[in-house]
Write a protein that binds this ligand. Sequence first.
Ligand code: PMP
Ligand code: GLU
Length: 398
Amino acid sequence: MNQVSARLAALSPSATLAMSQKSNELKAQGIDVINLSVGEPDFNTPTHIKEAAKKAIDNNFSFYSPVPGYPALRKAIVEKLKKENNLEYKPEQIVCSNGAKQSVCNTILCLINKGDEVIVPAPYWVSYIEMVKLAEGTNVIVEAGLDQDFKITPAQLEAAITPKTKALILCSPSNPTGSVYSKEELKGLAQVIEKHPNVFVIADEIYEHINYIGKHESIAQFDAIKDRVIIVNGVSKGYAMTGWRLGWIAAPQWIASACNNLQGQYTSGPCSITQKASEAAYTGDQSCVEEMRQAFERRRDLVVKMAKEISGFKINVPKGAFYLFPDCSSYYGKTTSKGSKINNSSDLTMYLLEEAHVACVDGDSFGAPKCIRMSYATADEKLVEAFNRIKKALDELK
Ligand code: PMP
Ligand code: GLU
């Protein structure tokens, strides 16, 4: 008999990972699937980072590390925050973990009590609302549609805050929309947060380095609220290191201490070899980051151009990250050549997988039922082929 806890029974599986798994299964059956579902750079980890990991193995970095990470890595992160973001932190305020995913979850578990409200702007990254559920918090979804470039306004934030609000989760550059909040927009949100001293901001900045409009702006730059901001970041996206598993928070001391405590009982410090590789990522030559960013920007331009040729798509132009999030609702209600009806975004992604052999993720999982998500972190020629197939399949809907 299945006796899984109520906590786990309420947890949905990750839609991004599920779709990627499905596409890998079809590939294993010999079907030529183009996978635009999972969001990860298609580049190999830069050589100097791999070399640092090999050296760490030879130098016997094979023992437990301190729970929040080696001092040298935390110092490198502090220096990165100073140099790139002009933000002052002490190494004790940095806690490294097994990916930004764990860092977000650690923070939520450390901050949220049963019944606390967490404001999650939609479209949101699939895992936030599940993590809030795990912490027995209440998700308060604030909708930001395509007409507002998928970004919430200060007025919307103000209207969503109640005496029970504990946190806002803000992701910029955003997964799944690619939207990026400007400094002015962040200031507007910060001014609202400033008025509510019990509200914290979990600022997910994992796509910091994949930005097409200039310098990354962090909401932690506003001094009036800095002691209520938890920055989440890591090496997965900017340094093409998704499999290495290294994320971190830069947080008020008491939150860092609580996350340290949680990890000490739960996972211990992240992989020692990965930490040495990540230290090399932050202290080494940064030109690899810019080269990958430029490739993503070229692909962004390419997919935007191709998406504009699909008459039923409505799109925003992504300013960061590597996702396109078209509104496809004009196809809902249409019928496939085999006679089945497309009622919603999961029907549409299933149709695209089966007919076009292109894997995308349905927008429902991101709180945006009109949209689907396409990751363009893949080779240009595969993107061209994927869009040709998608266009053909969509044109066949009647
Ligand atoms: N936040 C967002 C918005 C993401 O897209 C991802 C990617 N999976 C993560 C966090 C987690 O990244 P990591 O690989 O460092 O766990
Ligand atoms: N964040 C990536 C995505 O949204 C990776 C998958 C995941 O961690 O859920 O596709």
